[in-house]
Design a protein around this ligand. Sequence first.
Ligand SMILES: *[C@@H]1O[C@H](CO)[C@@H](O)[C@H](O)[C@H]1NC(C)=O
Ligand SMILES: *[C@@H]1O[C@H](CO)[C@@H](O)[C@H](O)[C@H]1NC(C)=O
Ligand SMILES: *[C@@H]1O[C@H](CO)[C@@H](O)[C@H](O)[C@H]1NC(C)=O
Ligand SMILES: *[C@@H]1O[C@H](CO)[C@@H](O)[C@H](O)[C@H]1NC(C)=O
Ligand SMILES: [Ca+2]
Ligand SMILES: [Zn+2]
Length: 617
Amino acid sequence: MLTSILSAQPTPDLHKTPSSYSFWSSRAMVAFRFSLFLAIFCASSGLAVPWPASLKHATNRLRIVGRGLALNTFHPESTYMTFGQGIAHPLTKRADVGLEEKALAFIQSHLDIGADAVVFKSGFAGEVADHAFLRQLIDGIPVGNAVANVAFNKDDKVVAVGSSFVPTTNVASSVPAVSLVDAITAAEQALDGTFNGHPPTLEFLALEDGSLRLTHVMQIQNEETNLWVEAFVDAHTAELLSVTDFVTKASYLVLPIQEEILTDGFQTLDDPQDPLARYVSSPDGWHSDGTTNTTTTAGNNAISFKGAQTATTTESAAGLVFNYPQNAATAPTTTANVDAARVNAFYIVNTIHDFSYRYGFTEAAFNFQNNNFGKGGAGNDRVTISVQNSAGVDNADFSTPPDGQSGAMRMFLWDITNPERDGALENDIVTHENTHGITNRMTGGGTGRCLQTTEAGGMGEGWSDSMADWNEKTSSAVPDYVLGQYVTNDSAGIRTHPYSTNATVNPLRYSTIGEVWANMLHNVYAALVGVHGFSTTARTNPDGTEGNIVFLHLFIDALPLQPCNPTFLTARSAWIQADVNRYNGTNACTLWNAFASRGLGTDAANHVDGTAVPAGC
Ligand SMILES: *[C@@H]1O[C@H](CO)[C@@H](O)[C@H](O)[C@H]1NC(C)=O
Ligand SMILES: *[C@@H]1O[C@H](CO)[C@@H](O)[C@H](O)[C@H]1NC(C)=O
Ligand SMILES: *[C@@H]1O[C@H](CO)[C@@H](O)[C@H](O)[C@H]1NC(C)=O
Ligand SMILES: *[C@@H]1O[C@H](CO)[C@@H](O)[C@H](O)[C@H]1NC(C)=O
Ligand SMILES: [Ca+2]
Ligand SMILES: [Zn+2]
């Protein structure tokens, strides 16, 4: 059940013919497209309408964890404001005030709270904005799901503030009655997993009924059931109250059945590494961790191996000549094909590391590296890539624990064809998974906790598809985009519709939620390339003015700018603000028109389409 690139949905046609399932109301059907797990839960419990309150997908998520435990997690709604050219903060007039100090001062005045009610969590200075991430504090204990983010532009003005701080009228005693050991036992039993030794914390947790519970927070894993969560166990009752799910799973996807051949071929790339990466993103190259050089698919940014890291070796190549052609006629598990898979995934993840670094996913911005070369952030967290992982089939997933713990990519075999196909050989799937790591780390300050609601998690799928879409462009043409053609041997890929600027080809709008975020970004991309043209060197030169470069800057810049658990509305606002920060708002109308073309205009709200754009657009 815990899947990422697409669901393990047993009746794949269901999504494509919603009208034939009259059992569900249209709203339930929308939710069904959006959340497979939710829909299954509702079907079995006989509920026709999963969301009594229409906005719950912005604050909740029903999760099925471990061996089928259903948990409804709650994430207080974020308020979010952006300020264009910026507003002053209380310490504006003081010279040399640090990010932490001014962020704390601003949030105290903005929310009218005392200095003892907020604590700095993390922050970093980006190229065009500085970002601070804060948490609510009660009796010196942080509230795990009540957070804030403040962004400052380079004129020292506040340009964005998000907050999910909650009222503190009903707060549990801050002295635990249940020991940590007992809490861990309770979590292990409830989740059918094992505490992984990562240092536990004591945090308050805001619940939907307005109460604040004291919780022991610890990580629980179970490889067999694809479980890796942060468990929040009530420190007074030992009840499991909530989880942060680090494994990114899809929720609205289908497996189509028609088949067609993929034509893209393999190429030998000599020294594909960004030549300037040695000075910028990977100072010691791809085959060194900063102290030791390797001749294997193990380096500072990633390590790729078959199956389990402990059980199987990485790929080795004398002289770093990784020349392992795939043999398409034989099973993926044959030696030559395992070699090809390890090498390809390693190459893609390193390439993404290097170009995303140039656009702002740096050490300080919580990226994945073992050695951070003293540039900030927490190290020892290169991406682990398990190819041909046996935990699943017809899928892939990516786990994003907090900064300082490795992101874990797992690629599975796809059994639709004979011989089977390997997801590690389909670049859009590797890109999709790797992008989950980028969005989960950059939203909310490196905690891995801020794409947890149904809506934010669904948008996470959209960013991942959008990055794959971006990555495959080679000219200013913006053809319809399909993901997952190779592994499925299907020209329709694994989504319900191709991504297209043509509303006949892809009719999804804001009101249909689900996959539409990726199509909105496809339209934004097409509009920007239409205005600014296309650069063939966007991966290695982020300083160009072309539309695909502008797009990726705004994509990355908006992530730390948006609030924890963003909605379509707040994520869109973050893009508009990102454009002000970097381009002084010159693309505002281009962006507004593209978002409005799919119903996300200025008058959009509560998943009702709006096509209005600001005056002058
Ligand atoms: C690792 O290789 C790089 C060149 O790729 C070289 O500059 C560096 O000195 C080597 N480091 C060690 C420890 O051998
Ligand atoms: C892929 O689909 C085509 C067309 O349906 C079919 O001829 C071919 O055998 C399929 N390839 C595999 C490996 O299943
Ligand atoms: C949009 O797609 C439809 C269906 O493929 C096609 O008939 C139509 O010409 C397309 N419109 C444009 C503007 O390309
Ligand atoms: C930026 O845009 C604002 C209006 O939105 C304008 O007043 C200002 O002059 C612009 N700054 C630059 C450097 O173009
Ligand atoms: Ca890191
Ligand atoms: Zn995904």
